[in-house]
Design a protein around this ligand. Sequence first.
Ligand SMILES: Nc1ncnc2c1ncn2[C@@H]1O[C@H](COP(=O)(O)OP(=O)(O)OP(=O)(O)O)[C@@H](O)[C@H]1O
Length: 932
Amino acid sequence: MDPQSEVHVSENRELDGLSEVRNGNVSGRIEAFNGLAEGYNFSGVLKSKRVHYADIPAFKISELTKLGNLESASSHSLFSTVNRILDECIEKSNQDIPQRVASVLKLVVQEIEQRVTKQADNMRKQSNMYKSREDRYHTKIRALETLATGTTEENEVVMNQLQQMKIQKTKIEEKKKLEEQDLIKLRKEKDICESKILSLNEELNLAKKSYEENLFHLEAKAEESKDKLQKKIRELESLLTDSRKKIKELEDFSESKFLQWKRKEREYKHFIDSQFGSLQELRLASESIKQDVSKINNTFAEEFYHFGLNLQGLIDAAQNYHSVLEENRKLYNEVQDLKGNIRVYCRVRPFLSGQNGRQTTIQYIGDNGELVVINPSKSGKDSHRLFKFNKLFGPAATQEDVFRDTQPLIRSVLDGYNVCIFAYGQTGSGKTYTMSGPNASSVADWGVNYRALNDLFNISQKRHSSIAYEIGVQMVEIYNEQVRDLLCSDSSQKRLGIWNTSQPNGLAVPDASLHTVKSTADVLELMKVGLTNRAVGATALNERSSRSHSILTVHVRGTELETNAILRGCLHLVDLAGSERVDRSEATGDRLREAQHINKSLSALGDVIFALAQKNSHVPYRNSKLTQVLQSSLGGQAKTLMFVQLNPDVESYSETISTLKFAERVSGVELGAAQSNKEGRGVRELMEQVASLKDAVAKKDEEIEQLRLHKPNANDERQGVISPWYGSSSSRRQSLGGVRPNQRLSGRKSTSEKAASDLENSSEYSDKHSEAGSQQSMDEFKHHKEFFLQSRRAVVGGAENFSEDIGLKFDLADGAKNINDDVELFGFGDEDSEERLSDISDGVLSRETETDGSINSIIEYTLFPETPKPTVEITEKLDVPVQLPRPPMKRGQSGTSRLSLSKSSSKIPIPSGSRKSTANSSSALKPPKRWQ
Ligand SMILES: Nc1ncnc2c1ncn2[C@@H]1O[C@H](COP(=O)(O)OP(=O)(O)OP(=O)(O)O)[C@@H](O)[C@H]1O
């Protein structure tokens, strides 16, 4: 056992004993003490367990504590000693430990301390030793680790090198193989070359031989030719001598010839001189000819220049041909505008998804508005039909394309024109698509309605510094000959009582149905309400077929900020119900009734258009609500545009043809030039005057009634009494196409018949009037007429074509508002007289008279009472006493006048007030305050 491990063992033993002591095992301690006592010299002293240290004699103690004893004692016995002493102390608790025991204890403890210290030192040393060993081991481990890592890397490098060497080896082997192959090839080539060399050697030998043979032959030939050449030289020498001889002869001959030529030259010179003389003469002659030629040249150049100019003109003309054509087209349109024709745009819708491969009836769509329709059931010439309209839009045309050509018309609304745009066509042909568009939320899909309003707002914004515009919107539908307000949110209020068919003249638009709008967003909102309210039914032709006519009316009022002049424009945007035949749509019950109403109103529209095209004096506007509504747009002073919608499907051929025929007739209708509704300040002042006069007239209503009642056979008299003016004007009016009451009942007469009978009637009336009429009232009438004539001239200036027969016929185009006022003064402004007019109009009023009942006129006159009004033919004699507060009185006249208007046909514009009373609801017809 090495010393270290020995130390270790003994230490362990001692430590065990120590730990026992510390554990306080008393019996163990006693035994240990015994052991200590036994193991050493003083064991005999302590043999008996009952012996106490105190009892041990002092010399024994000093013996025991001798150095050698203590040191040789084991730690165990030392501890036992200490324990025993301590136990003794405990046993003899209050007795003092003898000095000698204490010294033993002290020595033993010292010994133990020394041993512990030694052991601690040993332990420290050992631990240091272990630490240093551990460090050494660690360094060794690290060294071994680095050695191991190094070896792995080296191994890898060697492996890589080995790998590369292997690759190189394979490469070298491959190369070697290739080289071997090359070698074999080269050997083969070498063999071939050697055989070639052999054959070439043979050839060379052969060539050498043949060369030598040739050389021999050539030498022989050279010999031969040398002989031949010598022979030839000899021959040439003899020839040369011959030639010399001949030259000699020729020289002699040329000498003689020269002399001969000399002589001839002299002769020619003489001839030339004589020729030169004649040349001079010729030159002179040529000079004069030249002058002549230059003169001719000049005239030619001049002519050529003119020709060039003409040609240039022609070229220019040719170049400008297209622009001229364009200009012509524009001028044509302008002429059409001036003529006031209804414009007709035709739009062909594309086949819908799911209709691919269907046969089309549309064969040709021209840029110039020409459309060729083909009948699939016929062949040859009869199968094609050509139609021409103002514009044509094919299936590919976008909403924007369509609006672009409609825009100028809409813009003129802001300039005070009335405009009406309506879409006509069979169900499903795209009327709603064109007017409203398939989707209001997508701007690209917007139809004419949205775009028109958007445009109006945009332009009004741009003009805001010069004109203040107000825009109002109404939306109504005509469904089964009933008119409904589509913008009314209360469904119970939707049907307007005053639009009831039982009151044919009772058309009026309540104030509430007009919505002031300030932006496109307002319009979108309103139209959403309107479209939802619109009656929608299902038919076999089109599931979402609209069975009503929808009319969107936009009222525009602009005030010129500088002049205070008022502009009023009205735009009707009409989406008609489908025009298909009832049988095709397979409708029954409610649907059938709807279809019948639609067809009735559309045929009424056709009748109106036919009457207008024929320039008939009577136009049957009253046959349907639709024609009443569109009256002022068709026969009035509006600009009117019709969209003809076509379904290209071959199955719709017959509908397409009837639609196109209808459209063709419409395009021939002339309305007369459109008029702008613009009023100056003067007009309004006059209107105010008129208003006060109207009040005065109203006061006289009762008086009129009384007078009428007192008059025996008033009605009869009315038929006969006529002023001389009316007599004369009657004949004039009749020649312009007026009509008498009985004419309508007895059917249409020829123009000449009509004129003759009218003339007859008028003279008859005139005579009667001269018998029964009051000359006094006529004088008053003339006097007042003169007064208003002057007022009107003062306002309108010299621009009006205001004839002497103002009381009989007024021109629609100028200053109609003033005339309306005049008429009011003459007693037509009151309800009574209006009723009379209405009675007459039911039977015999001319087309202008019927304006009273239309939605347009009602809207205009209700909302804008001062707009130009059409003239009316007065066919009834009226005795109207009028008190005129303003006009100068003739001396001797009383304030009350009595005017007699004959039944003779005279055109007088209907005043706004009178139209209101026609509606039988004077309060409802008062213009809304905000539009006054
Ligand atoms: N130019 C077009 N381009 C694409 N689709 C169109 C066009 N015109 C019409 N349509 C489509 O054809 C169908 C019928 O159109 P729309 O409802 O406008 O016809 P309509 O004549 O108004 O019918 P109705 O008389 O029943 O009101 C709709 O699905 C519409 O989207």
